[in-house]
Design a protein around this ligand. Structure first.
Ligand code: BEZ
Length: 248
């Protein structure tokens, strides 16, 4: 999938702003080697590096990594697939914010994360949980059907039990796991929902003409007005999963 790195940086800064509080779960230390898995445009990688830790940012999107390298040339960034990457390092910690729900090969990803940690190494992650953006996806599905198109699910939003079970299967010991709602304000007050799907939802519109895409998205947004629009602002119905685990 191709990414609009500029739109991401300008109107989706909340992704890394919320991620800052996840750093408190990690408590990065100077001198540690830390892998930021699914680092996107590298903002959180740079914040993590402020601790004095040695960061490697990894993402499958060449566009995102190109932007990260441009902005944070002092840091190391790698274009690689989280389900198959192999780096010649074992890390003190793996950190991942808002990335793992893109990865359908969840077992391979868990195995790769485990493999790249030192014994006792920490894993701290946040991702979309079961129920994440559910109202938005239901409205999209209805609108696609009404326009004569088939809706195909895209993301992996596991329950707390499901994801901790996968991590335990690959050898992690869970220290903290937490699932919570986070109604998330979108930057564009007129077309926040349309812009969210423009940013993240290209997959749903492969082979759909641009006119139909726009009509589907307008209908989706209007259907969400009663539940996702308040006092002049659009909100996404995010549900988050946060986990801290160690390599046992
Ligand atoms: C999320 O952070 O929950 C998310 C972001 C993009 C697509 C799907 C989910």
């Amino acid at each position: 999938m191709s990414w609009n790195a500029d739109l991401y940086k300008n109107n989706f800064a909340f992704v890394h702003q919320y991620g800052s509080s996840l750093i408190e779960w990690l408590q990065p230390q100077a001198g540690e080697k830390i892998l930021d898995l699914g680092c996107g445009t590298g903002e959180l990688t740079a914040t993590l590096a402020d601790s004095g830790a040695q960061l490697t940012g990894l993402d499958s999107s060449a566009t995102m990594i190109e932007s990260a390298r441009r902005n944070y040339s002092q840091l190391e960034f790698v274009v690689a697939n989280a389900a198959s990457f192999s780096l010649p390092v074992q890390f003190d910690a793996v950190f991942s914010n808002a990335a793992l729900h893109w990865m359908q090969e969840k077992e391979q990803v868990a195995a790769r994360m485990y493999q790249h940690l030192k014994p006792g190494g920490r894993l701290v992650l946040e991702m979309g949980a079961k129920g994440n953006v559910e109202a938005m996806l239901q409205a999209l599905e209805r609108s696609m059907q009404q326009h004569g198109y088939q809706y195909r699910p895209r993301w992996y939003f596991p329950s707390l039990g499901e994801y901790t079970t996968i991590l335990e299967k690959y050898g992690f010991r869970i220290h903290q796991a937490y699932c919570f709602d986070r109604l998330t304000e979108l930057a564009n007050p007129e077309n926040g929902i349309i812009e969210w799907f423009d940013m993240f939802g290209d997959y749903f519109f492969e082979n759909i003409p641009a006119d139909d895409r726009l009509s589907i998205l307008r209908q989706t947004q209007e259907a969400l007005r009663p539940s996702c629009y308040r006092e002049g602002k659009w909100y996404a119905d995010y549900v988050r999963l946060r986990i801290a685990a160690v390599k046992h």
